[in-house]
Design a protein around this ligand. Structure first.
Ligand code: PGA
Length: 223
């Protein structure tokens, strides 16, 4: 299985022009990289501009709503995301749990909705206990279609990545999941060790995904 590297741009950049430049650089820099799958998750408002993906570069969203349509002001449905060419949807990021007060019930509904729409959820968790609560009622068969991301809060955006030993221990505790990404202060210097030494199947990258040279270099360390 190819490692998957997901760029989580969060609430960046501030203009469409900058977003197009960033996306263009990432697309160009990764299109000949055969051994790694890359996905970019921009803010919703830029998704429409990035529909033409290369086979190696997929599109994802940073969140979604669980209802199919209707009176839900400000929300974005999965059908809308699918129609814009999204393959992945990040769910339960710690920033949403913290600032938007997303609960495990909300996250659970979102996961089920993503699976129902046949998109791939990337569920962000801090540990197995949280994953189990978020995935209540999700069948074993559906487990195969989801990706987990182990994201220790202390490592997110802090420049203090999780040690490889601790990350490996966490990956082992999540043994029931076939595809687990590591996220938290990943860069071109530490990326390879999370895959080769700690046993993860990919990476979720925030800060370093906003710098195209650094992001491309990070992807290339996995070849
Ligand atoms: P970071 O963010 O790479 O900036 O630490 C990771 C994430 O929040 O997914």
């Amino acid at each position: 299985m190819k490692p998957l590297v997901v760029a989580n741009w969060k609430m960046n950049p501030e203009t469409l022009e900058k977003a197009k430049l960033l996306f263009g650089s990432i697309k160009k820099g990764t299109e000949r990289v055969k051994g790694v799958e890359v996905a970019v998750c921009p803010p919703f408002v830029y998704l429409l501009s990035f529909r033409s993906q290369s086979p190696n570069l997929k599109l994802g969203a940073q969140d979604c709503f669980w209802e199919e349509k209707g009176a839900f002001t400000g929300e974005i449905s999965l059908r809308m995301l699918k129609n814009l060419g999204c393959s992945y949807v990040i769910i339960g990021h710690s920033e949403r749990r913290r600032y938007l007060k997303e609960t495990e019930e909300m996250i659970n509904q979102k996961i089920k909705a993503v699976l129902k729409e046949k998109l791939t959820p990337i569920l962000c968790v801090e540990n197995l206990f949280q994953a189990k609560k978020d995935l209540k009622g999700v069948s074993d068969k559906e487990f195969r279609n989801l990706i987990l991301a182990y994201e220790p809060v202390f490592a997110i955006g802090t420049g203090k990545p999780c040690s490889i030993a601790k990350a490996k221990q966490m990956r082992n505790s999540l043994a029931g999941f076939s595809r687990v990404l590591y996220g938290g202060s990943v860069n071109s210097r530490n990326a390879r060790d999370y895959i080769k030494k700690a046993g993860f199947q990919g990476l979720l990258i925030g800060g370093a995904s906003l710098n195209p040279q650094e992001f491309i270099a990070t992807v290339k360390t996995l070849i």
